[in-house]
Design a protein around this ligand. Structure first.
Ligand code: GDP
Ligand code: MG
Length: 597
């Protein structure tokens, strides 16, 4: 055990975590030439394209240092707030962390939030100043920032470049010298922390764990404490780029187990794995069921594809346990599903995977957070509102609560005023403001989660000219004044366009929605009135004027191929249109409320 080191890499997104992980694998000879693809750890196509790590993975390296051989377990963590719970579990499986800071960008919001997580878990922190090869790098200044943040010495900060490989030897030496070896007793009852799981269509779910105490053996009956279920350990082993089956894995080490589990949701990240016959009494603390934060309807563009959509969603759920869905129906869109996501990025990923992996074209409706509504009749029992149509009638409504977050924003001193105005506009309350340096300020706000869902990232980027980073975590429910704004087209309410909006903003948003829909809905042979309403009260109105002539008319007698092109273009545009009554509504219209300015 004294030759094992378990560590993770934490960083703000794009500071070079994946690149540096690849360099560590190269340097320790953990990959063969053939396996050397760029960003090895990001194995999903989508991850590689977006340059983000969605799921965390673990990998074992061997390294000889001062004549002794060490096993280094690198536990990779996802870099986006939507997946922050997985970051916290990966961190809990380690004794140390490399804290990567971009030498040009310095400390950002996720640097700090991940650092706090690591400190809460008593991890040894090794600060790494990365990208020192960049011409725009500012090594002295950023080192000072790191020293201020950690209270370490400047010489503790390792200068490195994931691009050139500079400093990688020093990082490996620091991992061995500074990170404590794991402790734990291999003879106690099995106690292992599940920090990740991966769905494999052929082998079922592979569960990744860190053994804290005891020994896990091939053929053992193992129990998952959160689900109470027992399985036979068909195969256990350690992970390099491939799996290496083993007979046993002892306290201190990291590995995988395959048990024939067929669904991702049977394995919960953060759960404790133990021996079925001789279970541990020591359950690992802090287990949390991951809860979806954002809800939206997903409908097939073609109503006939409903069953196929269901089958596709079920398959997706097999390998993404954080996706939840229940059937729902809409007068406008027919049959579909109300889906719960970890955040907006997760929602986009699911939509994209439906299209790429299952060839489904879907319409997504306006996302909303999950509200609690209390009626006058039952003022103590919350009604969970995941869908605008679930909001009880205003006459019987006692109160509504909405989820709040603590938002941390780091920006340059010049932009403090802009960031402040934006957050106040988004119903935020400032709770703290600290100058990290004379140039850089950390601000924290209590804000409604709903306001983050709606165009917050883009606005933050704009008002700070790109110099603001952002991170958040939920802090519970608070009272809210909520109304449902309905949209009527041709005097017919279109339920799929309804949105839950804070009462103070309802009028202005209702008006903007009408204007936006006017832009997005194609003109037709007749006038189309667009109205926004709260209950029976109309709060805004626009009209889409009738089309005067056939769009192809101007091509008559002219170029026939041009006419065909135009028709084809129309047909393509139709792909994501929905006929509601006698009005055609394009997909963007269902998301219009997200793009108001
Ligand atoms: P992650 O989001 O933290 O995993 O960051 P990545 O490893 O994906 O890197 C983000 C971007 O920075 C990519 O375009 C990398 O090629 C680039 N990058 C990473 N490390 C270095 C480095 O040391 N020097 C330079 N110049 N670029 C780097
Ligand atoms: Mg990455």
């Amino acid at each position: 055990m004294k030759h094992i080191r378990n560590f993770c890499i934490i960083a703000h997104i794009d500071h070079g975590k994946s690149t540096l992980a690849d360099r560590l694998l190269d340097y320790t000879g953990s990959v063969t030439e053939r396996e050397k693809k760029e960003q090895l750890l990001d194995s999903m196509d989508l991850e590689r394209e977006r340059g983000i790590t969605i799921k965390s993975h673990a990998i074992q390296m061997e390294y000889t240092y001062k004549g002794e051989q060490y096993i280094l377990n690198l536990i990779d963590t996802p870099g986006h707030v939507d997946f922050s719970y997985e970051v916290s579990r990966s961190i809990a499986a380690c004794e140390g962390a490399l804290l990567i800071v971009d030498a040009a960008q310095s400390i950002q919001a996720q640097t700090i939030s991940n650092l706090y997580l690591a400190l809460e878990n008593d991890l040894e922190i090794i600060p790494v100043l990365n990208k020192v090869d960049l011409p725009s790098a500012n090594p002295e200044e950023v080192t000072d920032d790191i020293v201020d943040l950690l209270g370490c010495k400047p010489e503790d900060v390792i200068h490195a470049s994931g691009k050139t490989g500079f400093g990688v030897d020093n990082i490996l030496a620091a991992i061995i010298e500074r990170i404590p070896a794991p402790t734990g007793n291999p003879d106690e009852p099995l106690q292992a922390l599940i920090f990740d799981s991966v769905y494999n269509p052929f082998r079922g779910v592979e569960t990744y764990f860190r053994v804290l105490n005891g020994t896990i053996k091939k053929g053992q009956n193992i129990k998952f404490i959160a689900t109470g279920k027992t399985y036979f350990a068909d195969e256990i082993g350690t992970l390099k780029l491939k799996q290496f089956p083993r007979q046993e894995i002892k306290a201190g080490d990291v590995g995988y187990v395959i048990t024939g589990i067929k669904e991702a949701k049977e394995v919960k990240v953060g759960d404790t794995l133990t021996d079925a016959k001789n279970p541990t009494t020591n359950v690992i603390e802090g287990f949390e069921d991951v809860k979806p934060m954002v809800f939206a309807g997903i409908y097939p563009v073609d109503t006939e594809d409903y069953e196929e959509l269901r089958a596709s969603m079920e398959k997706l759920q097999l390998n993404d346990a954080s996706l939840v869905f229940t059937p729902e129906s809409s007068a406008a869109l027919g049959f579909g599903f109300r889906c719960g996501f970890l955040g907006m990025l997760h929602m986009e990923i699911i939509q994209e995977r439906l299209e790429r992996e299952f060839d489904m074209t879907v319409i997504t409706t306006v996302p909303n957070v999950s509200y609690h509504a209390f009626t006058k009749k039952y003022p103590e029992t919350p009604i969970i509102v995941n869908n605008p149509s679930d909001l009880p009638d205003p006459s019987g409504l006692d109160r509504v609560e909405e989820p709040y977050i603590k938002a941390t924003i780091i920006t340059k001193a010049d932009f403090v005023g802009n960031v402040m105005s934006l957050c106040i506009e988004k119903r935020g309350m400032i709770t703290n403001q600290t100058y990290l340096t004379t140039e850089r300020v950390e601000m924290t706000f209590d804000m409604p989660l709903a306001e983050i869902v709606f165009d917050f990232y883009d606005r933050l980027k704009t008002v700070s000219k790109g110099y603001a980073s952002f991170d958040y975590h939920p802090i519970g429910m608070k009272p809210s004044k909520l109304v449902r704004v309905d949209i009527l087209l041709n005097s017919q309410p279109v339920d799929a366009l309804s949105a839950l909006i804070h009462a103070d903003n309802a009028h202005s948003i209702g008006k903007k929605m009408c204007e936006k829909l006017k832009e997005l809905i194609p003109r037709q042979q007749f006038d189309i009135p667009i109205q926004a309403a709260i209950g029976a009260k109309i709060i805004a109105r626009e009209t889409i004027k009738a089309l005067r002539k056939d769009v192809t008319a101007k091509c008559y007698g002219g170029d026939i191929s041009r006419k065909r092109k135009l028709l084809e273009k129309q047909k393509k545009g139709k792909k994501r249109m929905r006929q509601v009554g006698n009005v055609e509504i394009p997909q963007q219209a269902f998301m219009a409320v997200l793009k108001l300015n």
